[in-house]
Design a protein around this ligand. Sequence first.
Ligand code: GAL
Length: 421
Amino acid sequence: MENSEIGSSGVIRKRSRRRVVTVTMVAAAVLAASACGSSSKSSSSTNPTTAPTSGTSPTTLNITPASFTSDFSAMAQLKSLVAKGKGLIGVLLPDTTTSARYETFDRPYLTKAFKAAGLSSADFKVDNAQGSASTMQTQAEADITKGASVLLVDALDSGSGAAIEASAKAKGVATIDYDRLVKGGASDRTYVSFNNVTVGQLIGKGEVSCISAWNVKKPNILIMDGDPTDNNASLFAQGYNGVLKPYFDDKTYVKVGEPAGTWTPSIAATTFTQQYTAHPNINAVVTPNDDNANAVIAQLQTLKIAAKTFPTTGQDASISGLQNILKGYQCGTVYKPIYLEAQAAAAAAIYLRAGEKVSSSLINGTTKDTQANTDVPSILLTPTWVTTANMAATVVKDAAVKVPELCITAVASACAAAGIK
Ligand code: GAL
């Protein structure tokens, strides 16, 4: 299973048991001595939860994915590692158009996390490739020339990400897949993200509950996926398609189609127009992106489709997404507190910069690289489904959105009803 939690300890146990049987057959006398040593040896290469036994052991800190909070206080624990490390940490972000998150949250939160751990501005650099894979490649090479010891790669697509990681590895630069897994990436990388299958499941469940809350009689659902070159898009789809399948199978819902996916809102708008023209019975849309949902919703409003009749979904808790929820055109959005992801990635990068492995206490899962057929040790954070019911207690409380910007005249009464002040 992709993005599986580390319940894989069961696998490890099975493996050592098999080993024990073999050893027993060879010579029972060796058993006691070898079982211990060999099981820890075999698991250190396959189980990220097992720390190496000697030499390269990471500095032990009391830091886990649950340590990160909105005040960034956990980052101070990393100061000794920062002192030990050298070289630049280069962050490569993908674009500014498919989601506001990269410039609005990732850049400032990564900066804050690095500084809270004691890095100076000269120790890290955050670039945005503005949608161009060749720009990202150039930025990566520039970082390496400047003495980077770690690259955090949020790739535009796996092919270009893998090329960046191969070139980094050849020069002894460690890599982290940030948010999106690079299929075929460097063999020893760490992946830092939210649990993306969970993201998709939240979207699927949100659509189901909205269909019943808005009393949609015969749901005819158009599934609008994210960009197929982004591994996350497949994981999101795995999540929501898994939730919706039983409803399609028992014919409670009709799946109208699942056309080629995109992260570009203007392309999503064209896709929706074409699909809606061909299938005017579409009365619900599933999409894992607020900006794509917004492109659909703009058309619904032009068509004078009433609020709370046509469920749509989204992700990233963008202002327009949250406003569309308040207006009754979007059921909810997946909120990923980027401050958690930024701190986790910064912590992992700081270990690598110090020449150590990422601490096993930080690793809480594995993610399948379907190209390399490997399980990539992962730090997976927990996303939240946000509706009008919990908007005040989540995104507003976290200041992920500013109330005056959110509660414009068009949604003022909905804000008040949702207790957003
Ligand atoms: C995904 C990412 C989302 C969203 C989307 C479009 O990979 O996880 O948060 O930003 O890309 O850029």
